[in-house]
Design a protein around this ligand. Structure first.
Ligand code: GUN
Length: 277
């Protein structure tokens, strides 16, 4: 069975649009784009489209891919100091000659609606519910809410390895009393873990990694990212036989963008409400 992320995102956009219509002024979200790869361009297009749908001004600053780390750092500094800019994001990935973490570390934590800055990441780790949640972990939680999946006591296998998604989602699952099996692409005998899990969250960039014989019956699979082979998009779950075990699965690709963008808008609106309290 397919979980329809686009439907969940549309519902969120309409709720947010309704909220923004009652605001005294229009919030503005700024975005910095350095690397014009097709995935980032698509992301930025979606961010602009849905920000405008909701009623948020979306301002984009594009830079040449050859911009030096120092020049980008100075740009970030000027965004931090500019009182006209309340919130901004730096679209990732950045070109290889720029150290992304160094750039993220310099985004002002209060302007960071992606919630990537170490201070903000620390809040997730410390169970501080007053904060935001980074966009991808946030939409994974939205799916659980929408599908009425209670995480308490559930065994969740997370197959991944990254600072901005894998670590926060593990913290959030622990906060929700799930039992977490933190695997990665080098885990030996992955099936030993996946067959124990009621929920599997996977982003290993490894097409068809999850086969039907690696799943528990009724398992819920959140397939987060995808690989393009011969112009075809493939997720990490082999969806061809998954119906055999009555699983619920989030298919790639469209809804990944839809929900990440919806959660970014939600964070921006939350930040606006805090600022205008
Ligand atoms: N690249 C892929 N996902 C994201 C995201 O959530 N935020 C930013 N800034 N860049 C990304």
């Amino acid at each position: 069975m397919i979980i329809d992320g686009k439907e969940i995102a549309k519902k969120m956009y309409d709720e947010l649009k309704n909220e923004v219509s009652k605001f005294k002024s229009k919030p503005t979200l700024w975005a910095i784009l350095v690397w014009n790869n097709s995935s980032s361009l698509r992301y930025i297009e979606q961010k602009k489209k849905w920000a405008e749908y909701i009623g948020i001004n979306f301002k984009l600053e594009k830079f040449d891919e050859k911009i030096s780390e120092l020049e980008l750092y100075n740009k970030i500094k000027s965004f931090n100091e500019n009182p006209e800019i309340s919130w901004y994001i730096v679209q990732l990935p950045l070109p290889k000659h720029i150290n992304s973490q160094k750039i993220i570390n310099n985004i002002h934590p209060k302007k960071d609606v992606d919630w990537f800055h170490p201070n903000n990441q620390g809040k997730v780790l410390l169970w501080d519910e007053s904060g935001f949640v980074p966009c991808t972990p946030a939409w994974i939680l939205e799916i659980f809410k929408h599908e009425k999946i209670d995480l308490e006591w559930k065994v969740v296998c997370v197959i991944w390895r990254s600072n901005i998604v894998w670590k926060p989602i593990i913290s959030l699952l622990i906060n929700a009393w799930a039992t977490v099996l933190a695997c990665n692409s080098k885990t030996k005998n992955l099936a030993k873990f996946t067959t124990q899990a009621e929920i599997i969250i996977v982003a290993a960039w490894s097409p068809w990694l999850l086969k039907v014989n690696m799943l528990k019956v009724w398992a819920i699979i959140i397939d987060v990212w995808f690989t393009v082979i011969d112009w075809k998009i493939h997720g990490d779950a082999d969806t061809r036989l998954i119906n055999l075990v009555w699983s619920r699965v989030t298919p790639v690709p469209g809804w990944v963008w839809a929900l990440t963008v919806a959660c970014l808008m939600k964070n921006t609106i939350k930040a606006y409400k805090i600022q205008n309290k």
